[in-house]
Design a protein around this ligand. Structure first.
Ligand code: ADA
Length: 566
């Protein structure tokens, strides 16, 4: 992955970004396509979304990407793909080596051992097909772009290699981390060496005798000069792990995240989260948002005084998380999902797809200090008893993967929800002042939701208002100041922030809906309710041009920060 630091000194990694051969195969059935018969008559950028380019704008179908790769020798090599939307089959020299369903997460493809040059083809399908891609459904309120949307790399793994490194802060005073190194080997046993250095200082160096093809090494380290990570002081350290001939650098931030009563605590201090939902999308790039746009998003978030992003409604690009680590923006990392019912949550195929996706989300984001909580299943039927076991399974698995980060999901059924006991943070999506009621009714509506939660067993949990907002068409100002005007949105957002954090102090966090406008689904029932075919509730439009709401939020957030001297 393109990181803000060099990940490997010893492992040979080839960046496969660039212009690949391309063919759009339209309605073709992937089972019926012989890769040797594909006429590659076009070219496409990797990373990139083919259906964001003018030639294929809005098209759905099968596409194929091709390039040549060179394996150095006959030891294991792995192709790493940071996100392919949303189903793909990978061929090497005409042979299928792996299928993958689900965009937005990183996965590896082990390549057949060989030395020399091979032909790599990635067949990508952006059509909706609940059999092949159960996690991407047409009714969701965003446009699913297709393509090899995030980075692509070729890794030479060698004879023994590091599969993953997970770093957990186990104590902040003294600063201490636990490092869990998973390795694999083509040899059953052998002697090797392990070393761990932080910021160039060797903290551990040992000789080992490994007796398995795979295993896990766990080491605990005190990091003597570590400075803690927080939004105000986003201190980062670089851990370099070397195992025999392989290595991996991991950038870490030492911090403790916990919930206590109604508060979220970071390093034992209450944390107030002020921010936005962010879709990773742009009209010209689809989901393949370039670093330039990521940096500009970060600049605008910081300018408004935000310290929080909910990655709606799927895992954000690792490069964006890197930036959040650096500037101190806290992130709710969310597995893909949107308004699922019992039909999905009782379907073993859907649940298995979610579990695999959650594995990949956690694997990719575990070491980011900015990721302070995990979320799942946006606005799904958590009020339906038939869905409870689905929630139990997914949240239970998340806890097994990571017992240290709080869990949540965004509920839009706060009055009837049946699963809130399963989470650490209660999160509520609500749209007072937009769907139905008026801006004047916002305080009473929010108070009703809070009163309901506080008379239930959830009283002792932090509350995040995880969505609230209003649509505004960029540039549309009007004397009536009615819905869809910039003025209406600005007034609504200002009212929400004042009520949540000035009049009341119950909420631990707020993620406004939303940072930028995003194209919605082409499904008729969705697009008819969305002027321009966009969800227009961004405080900036899809090109990141600020609306009045941007300045209203900036004033309100900055007033709050000033009042606390933050
Ligand atoms: C929901 C959903 C968002 C968006 C929003 C809206 O809360 O979670 O993705 O669709 O409503 O704009 O209505």
């Amino acid at each position: 992955m393109h990181r803000r630091y060099r990940e490997h000194d010893d492992r040979v990694v080839v960046d496969l970004s660039g212009v690949w051969d391309f063919a759009f195969l339209g309605d073709a059935d992937p089972q019926a396509v012989d890769p040797a018969s594909i006429a590659f008559d076009d070219r496409m950028a990797v990373p990139g979304c083919f259906d964001a380019t003018p030639s294929y704008a809005g098209r759905r179908g099968l596409a194929a990407y091709r390039r040549r790769i060179t394996l150095q020798d006959a030891v294991p090599h792995r192709l790493m793909l940071d996100g392919v939307h949303h189903w793909c089959r990978i061929f090497v020299d005409g042979q299928p080596v792996r299928d993958h369903a689900g965009g937005f997460t990183r996965f590896g493809v082990d390549l057949p051992p060989k030395s020399g040059t091979s032909e790599l083809i990635i067949m990508v399908d952006n059509r909706f097909d609940s059999g092949r891609s159960p996690l991407h459904l047409e009714y969701f309120d965003w446009h699913h772009f297709g393509g090899v949307a995030r980075g692509a790399e070729l890794h030479r793994l060698g004879e023994r290699w590091i599969e993953s490194v997970r770093v957990t802060t186990t104590s902040i005073a003294p600063p201490q981390i636990e490092v869990v190194i998973s390795y694999r080997s083509i040899k059953a046993s052998g002697a090797t060496t392990l070393s761990l250095a932080v910021d160039g200082e060797m903290l551990l160096s040992e000789s080992l005798s490994l007796s398995e093809h795979s295993g896990t090494l766990v080491r605990t380290l005190e990091v003597p000069d570590a400075k803690l990570w927080s939004p105000a002081s986003p201190n980062l350290h670089l851990l370099h792990v070397r195992l025999g001939g392989d290595d991996l650098r991991v950038r870490i931030g030492l911090r403790k995240i916990a919930v206590w009563d109604q508060q979220i605590l970071l390093n034992d201090v209450p944390l107030r989260l002020l921010g936005f939902n962010r879709h990773e999308a742009h009209p010209q790039f689809g989901h393949a948002v370039p670093e330039m746009v990521m940096v500009s998003d970060i600049q605008q978030l910081l300018d408004m005084g935000a310290n929080f992003v909910r990655g709606s409604h799927y895992p954000q690009d690792g490069r964006f998380l890197d930036l959040c680590d650096e500037v101190g923006i806290c992130v709710w990392s969310e597995a893909i999902g949107w308004q699922h019912t019992a039909e999905h949550l009782t379907d073993p195929h859907f649940v298995a797809g979610q579990l695999a996706h959650i594995d990949e989300m956690v694997e990719a984001a575990y070491n980011h200090p900015s990721v302070i909580m995990w979320g799942i299943l946006n606005e799904s039927h958590s009020h339906d008893p038939a869905c409870r076991s689905g929630y139990e399974t997914l949240l239970g698995w998340l806890r097994e993967l990571d017992s240290r980060r709080p869990l949540t999901y965004a509920s839009n059924h706060p009055f009837e929800d049946l699963c809130l006991d399963l989470v650490d943070i209660v999160s509520v999506n609500c749209y007072p002042g937009w769907y139905g009621t008026s801006i004047e009714e916002i305080p009473a509506e929010i108070d009703r939701i809070v009163a309901r939660l506080d008379t239930s067993a959830q009283v002792a949990k932090p509350l995040i208002i995880s969505e609230i907002g209003a649509g505004a068409i960029y540039g549309w100002r009007d004397g009536n100041e009615a819905r869809w005007t910039e003025q209406y949105q600005a007034r609504l957002l200002e009212t929400v922030i004042r009520h949540l954090f000035v009049d009341r102090q119950r909420a631990a966090g707020l993620a406004l809906w939303q940072f930028c406008d995003v194209r919605t689904s082409e499904a008729v029932q969705k697009i008819l309710g969305r002027p321009r075919g966009f969800n227009n509730k961004g405080v900036v439009d899809e090109y990141r041009r600020p609306k009045e709401g941007y300045y209203a939020v900036k004033r309100a957030f900055r007033r709050l920060l000033d009042s606390r001297g933050e």
